[in-house]
Ligand binder design. Structure first.
Ligand SMILES: [Zn+2]
Length: 366
């Protein structure tokens, strides 16, 4: 998952994005170049909805206006990307993007070099297979599938091939502007009509959500019947993203977020060995203070610990890995019937003994 992040960012930095969408969609570049563009791409406009009341929106003087007179919200367009945020249900404020207060922090030269050349601690053992399976399922449903990529800026490498594939429409949204982000939004209130996508990708996102169930409810809403979801979310991973990191999920907690989806495939995406590498790095980082010392320790940790992840090639498929994985994936299909919590318990496949033992017969001694 994290390795994917690095590769995805690299691909964009090299300008290798081959999107079927017009150049205007490759928004966010203006932030880096200092160019101002307040026009929402015309092709995108009919797809958009007000995140507060879900009415249509229309262009109005360099911004977008909700068509519902009772709502009347207006939304700015920053570098060609509409900022459709319902501030009553978000940590973000549109004004922060207009003023360029908030956006992707550019790494220092040292950080960028380290990011590019140091070996990663991560190994996603499932992503390649999942991307192939997702493609098979998608093209069996639609000749030109429409895909929403939530947290588009950070999606993993395996799924990146679908973002660049000209046979599908992929719209990328993120909570902050950046290269490749077509729509800036908080995924708790997606600014799209009901049943408007064939698939939604949500890779390395749910842990950053303050109310992750609202995000998965929104994914369910914007998917067409039998629409597909692919999620990859960490379990045993130290805090990343600073203040914007709120959750971790066991495999069953992750499954419960997608209660109204039929699982197609699910399991360990990054195993316990990768989790161990991160845990050791965190212990080492806790021992030093100051930015330079932390950076030096991080370089040493990455060079000394990168090999640990390869143990997951052997470990990740074992049942015990389900209790100590770095992260889990879920590939599922939208249904109208939700799994209940009693059924959920039956889906546990790890090796930890149950907290509440169930006696084979109801005998009691007093
Ligand atoms: Zn509205």
């Amino acid at each position: 998952m994290m390795e994917g992040t690095i590769r995805g960012d690299k691909a964009r930095a090299n300008g290798s994005r081959n999107s079927p969408w017009p150049d205007a969609y490759v928004s966010g570049r203006g932030i880096l170049a200092g160019v101002k563009n307040e026009t929402c791409p015309a092709e995108l406009l009919p797809r958009l909805r007000c995140p507060a009341c879900r009415a249509t929106v229309a262009a109005a003087d360099g911004s977008l206006a909700c068509s519902d007179a009772g709502c009347g919200l207006r939304f700015p367009v920053v570098d060609g990307a509409p900022v459709l945020i319902d501030e009553r249900h978000s940590l973000f404020r549109a004004a922060e993007f207009q003023d360029r207060q908030l956006g992707k922090r550019r790494p220092s030269r040292g950080q960028a070099l380290a990011h590019r050349w140091l070996p990663s601690l991560d190994l996603n053992v499932a992503a390649r297979h999942c991307a192939t399976r997702l493609g098979e399922l998608l093209f069996a449903r639609a000749s030109r599938p429409e895909v929403l990529n939530i947290g588009g800026k950070h999606a993993g490498a395996a799924m990146a091939r679908w973002r660049r594939d000209a046979r599908l429409h992929c719209i990328e949204c993120d909570a902050v502007p950046g290269p490749g982000v077509a729509v800036v939004t908080d995924p708790r209130r997606l600014p799209f009509a009901d049943a408007s996508f064939d698939a939604v990708l949500v890779d390395g996102v749910l842990e950053h959500g303050i109310e992750p169930r609202q995000i998965t409810d929104e994914i369910h809403r914007v998917l067409r019947p039998r629409g597909l979801v692919y999620a990859d979310t960490p379990f045993l991973l130290p805090v990343h993203g600073g203040a914007y990191d709120f959750q971790r999920f066991s495999e069953l907690a992750h499954r419960r977020l997608f209660a109204a989806f039929r699982p197609i495939e699910a399991g360990v995406s990054s195993g316990p060995a990768a989790a161990l590498g991160h845990a050791i790095q965190s212990v080492l980082l806790a021992a030093v203070q100051g930015r330079r010392a932390r950076f030096a320790m991080k370089v040493a940790a990455r060079l000394g610990l990168f090999w640990i992840k390869y143990l997951d090639l052997w470990l990740a498929r074992r049942p015990g890995a389900r209790d100590a994985a770095l992260g889990f994936y879920f590939l599922g299909e939208r249904t109208d019937q939700a799994i209940d919590d009693r059924q959920l318990l039956q889906s546990y496949v790890g090796t930890s003994p149950d907290l509440y033992a169930r006696a084979p017969t109801a005998t009691t001694t007093r």
